[in-house]
Write a protein that binds this ligand. Structure first.
Ligand SMILES: *Cc1c(COP(=O)(O)O)cnc(C)c1O
Length: 382
């Protein structure tokens, strides 16, 4: 048996005809940039998130960069975020000319540890960028309280958390702005690149829209130096179609995760991820902490199981950020995650047999010759 880490072919098979129709519509209208498909998706996504505005942009990286720029973050400013994230979070801060100040992650949730934030705030701090890593909502209440007390913006990196909820409210809608990526492998992925900023602040939405369109306030009038980062109309049309299936797919991801959770308990050298109560996890990634990750990977390769490593080198140890002056040992939780986390296939198209194969492989690896426990999956829903 083969268990791919992702299976976008199967994932998209259900929508093939609808994708073709959507493409035909755009070919007929020739609205390739702007137009109905963009307005429709922006309205759909704002409605889905429960926010006043969605501004479609070119990528998740651009969403973060433009949101920070729109909040006035620039040279001389500091922005607080975590080293355990995809590099784009940090890139966006530096593209604004600001400096990153890192805070380690919480050992349970792998999201920013709010108890360590306040010690890093200075007179130059402008914003906190919590990352809802792997689809798990960050500890928003505590973060918002600190931000309010110090008059800071909270820009949520929700690139891995479309549809995740914190106490019944969608992530991305708590801070000044929320940033999403529609990179193909994300929970809501385009058939190409895309991103969006969501915000309840109309003025900020307008500023970002202008920045993403050459600083143009009306035809041929450019109020600021902007950039070209508009969401592609064809992608917007595809995204509106895929959005309808997002909740169902996230639910499948959670079901897959809960099967892993039930069957990977009490295994030597394997620690399951924590999922906080009262929250809806988007389960973009399901990563186990493996004492011997190299050994487990070897076993996965032999058993034809795909995997991911998110992320093998934390941002503070990546070369472009060496000048920030951080060293190995500065962020022990992030560094331990970088060395030991292994992401298992959790995508919505996995079959029970495939999940069983992963569970059996990990169990056999962990038991090393001791009696094998066999995988017996009991379906929970009819
Ligand atoms: C994917 C991702 C991004 C960047 O999104 P792109 O669309 O690839 O630019 C930013 N932050 C995190 C946490 C991500 O996972």
């Amino acid at each position: 048996m083969n268990v791919p880490f992702l299976d976008l072919q199967t994932h998209h098979a259900h929508l093939r005809t609808e994708f073709h129709c959507a493409l035909d519509e755009i070919l007929d209208s020739s609205d390739f940039s702007g137009g109905t498909a963009i307005h429709r998706f922006e309205a759909d996504f704002a409605n889905y998130c429960g926010t006043r505005n969605t501004v479609g942009v070119g990528s998740g990286t651009d969403a973060l960069w433009l949101a920070l720029l729109g909040c006035g973050v620039g040279p001389g400013d500091e922005v607080i975020t975590v080293p355990m994230t995809f590099i784009a979070t940090v890139e966006a801060i530096h593209l604004c000319g600001a400096r990153t100040v890192f805070v380690d992650i919480d050992p349970q949730t792998y999201t920013i540890n709010p108890t360590q934030i306040e010690a890093r705030i200075t007179s130059r701090t402008k914003a906190i960028v919590p990352v809802h890593l792997f689809g798990q909502p960050a500890k928003i209440d505590a973060i918002l309280e600190i931000a309010k007390h110090h008059d800071l913006h909270v820009i949520e990196d929700a690139a891995q958390a479309h549809g995740a909820e914190y106490h019944g409210k969608k992530v991305g809608t708590f801070g000044t702005a929320g940033c999403f990526s529609f990179y193909p492998t994300k929970n809501l992925g385009a058939l190409g690149e895309g991103g969006a900023v969501v915000t309840n602040n109309d003025e900020l939405a307008n500023r970002i829209r202008i920045l993403a369109n050459h600083g143009q306030t009306s035809k041929n009038h450019h109020a600021s130096i902007g950039w070209n980062s508009r969401l592609d109309a064809i992608q917007a049309a595809f995204l509106s179609l895929k959005l309808k299936r997002l909740d169902m797919e996230n639910q499948r991801r959670r079901e897959n995760a809960s099967i892993y959770h039930d069957h990977l308990s009490r295994l030597d050298g394997i620690t399951r991820p924590f999922s906080a109560p009262n929250q809806l996890h988007a389960q973009h990634i399901y990563a186990v902490h493996a004492e011997d990750r190299t050994g487990l990977i070897e076993q996965f390769n032999k058993s034809k199981i795909g995997y991911g490593i998110h992320y093998p080198i934390p941002a503070h140890l990546q070369k472009p950020y060496w000048p920030l002056g951080y060293r190995e040992g500065d962020f022990p939780i992030s560094e331990s995650c970088a060395a030991h986390l292994l992401s298992l296939p959790v995508h919505p198209c996995l079959s029970h047999d495939q999940i069983g194969h992963v569970v059996e492989t990990i169990t056999r690896f962990s038991n090393k010759g001791k009696t094998e426990r066999s995988f017996e999956y009991q379906p929970t829903c009819p």
